[in-house]
Unconditional design. Structure first.
Length: 66
């Protein structure tokens, strides 16, 4: 079965894993047939000397229904 891929940036103040989880949760609200995901990029927002937010650009793959 063919698959399609979308990219979603998830964010979290708790860490990269939670940011990726948030991206998948957001995609699941409108996309059906999610199969797997891959972290494409990791970024952090800084406030002087500390990390204040984590971002995970997540590629999410899902089946295309015919």
């Amino acid at each position: 079965m063919p698959q399609k891929v979308i990219e979603i940036v998830g964010s979290s103040k708790e860490g990269f894993a939670k940011a990726a989880e948030n991206a998948v949760s957001e995609a699941a609200k409108t996309v059906r047939g999610l199969k797997w995901a891959r972290i494409a990029d990791l970024e952090m927002r800084l406030d002087e000397k500390r990390v204040v937010e984590y971002f995970a650009t997540t590629r999410i793959y899902f089946d295309v229904k015919r």
